[in-house]
Design a protein around this ligand. Structure first.
Ligand code: ADP
Ligand code: MG
Length: 235
């Protein structure tokens, strides 16, 4: 089948913190049904790129378009209404609300108002058992990450941006996360995964971009790109 046209298109993104250039002309396309990964060393600019796509940072130059519409000037909440959803590197759940209530809040903040979304999402993430009635405070990190993801998914995003989704997860949790993300892609969501965990990226991504010092320096299927990284950088 012909690959779907890109849904989110970023061009020539530049971002600065004071005099420091954190993004130096980045182009990125996210397409429905595809998982795009961005990898690179600490300080490469991955999170800065993520913030420019999510709307939490305004680039100094460059554009972000969604389905042909220029969204460069739109803040995060407006992008979220258009279906661009993101998770947080620091967990963002309401501690005093139950798991199900957290997911309900997400459904209300999203693109679509779908009464079935909460239950469907709880099931997809294995949160439909007794845990649904527990307050988020005190749940283990792996569960909280699922709650956070469920909250975002309940809003029916077309584009899902994930910054280090595997952080703090054990290998079984990472494998479960990969299955959920693959199911979302198969359903037509456009995914961006900014990730340190190259094993997750290798098993999940359709295309990998390597960032260094604010630029994308290599792109391709994970096999090619990650092997080249291993050769260049050693273990
Ligand atoms: P990564 O996510 O790849 O580790 P970041 O995008 O977080 O990289 O950071 C890129 C560069 O920008 C780093 O050198 C970092 O120190 C710097 N930086 C990030 N955020 C800020 C900020 N709020 N103020 C100043 N410098 C920042
Ligand atoms: Mg980061």
């Amino acid at each position: 089948p012909t690959p779907a046209a890109p849904l989110l298109i970023a061009r020539r993104l530049h971002a600065r913190y004071g005099g420091f250039t954190a993004l130096d002309g980045v182009d990125l396309d996210l397409s429905p049904g595809r998982v795009t990964a961005v990898v690179g060393p600490n300080g490469a600019g991955k999170s800065t790129l993520f913030h420019c796509l999510a709307g939490t940072l305004r680039p100094a130059h460059g554009t972000v378009r969604l389905g042909g519409r220029d969204i460069t000037a739109l803040p995060a909440h407006a992008r979220s209404r258009l279906g661009v959803a993101r998770t947080f590197q620091q967990l963002a759940v309401f501690p005093s609300l139950t798991v199900a209530e957290n997911v309900r809040v997400g459904a209300e903040q999203g693109r679509v108002s779908d009464p079935g979304a909460v239950e469907r999402t709880l099931r997809l993430l294995g949160l439909d058992g007794p845990v649904r009635a527990l307050p988020a405070a005190g749940l283990p990190t792996g569960t909280l990450r699922r709650v956070e993801l469920a909250r975002v998914l309940a809003g029916g995003p077309r584009v899902l941006l994930l910054d280090e989704p595997a952080a703090g997860l054990d290998s079984a949790e990472v494998a479960a996360l990969a299955r959920v993300l693959k199911a979302l892609a198969a359903d037509g969501t456009a995914l961006l995964v900014v990730e340190h965990d190259l094993d997750l990226v290798a098993g999940l991504a359709d295309v990998v971009h390597v960032m260094t010092a604010g630029r994308i320096v290599a792109s391709g299927p994970p096999g090619n790109v990650l092997n080249a990284l291993g050769t260049a950088a050693g273990p």
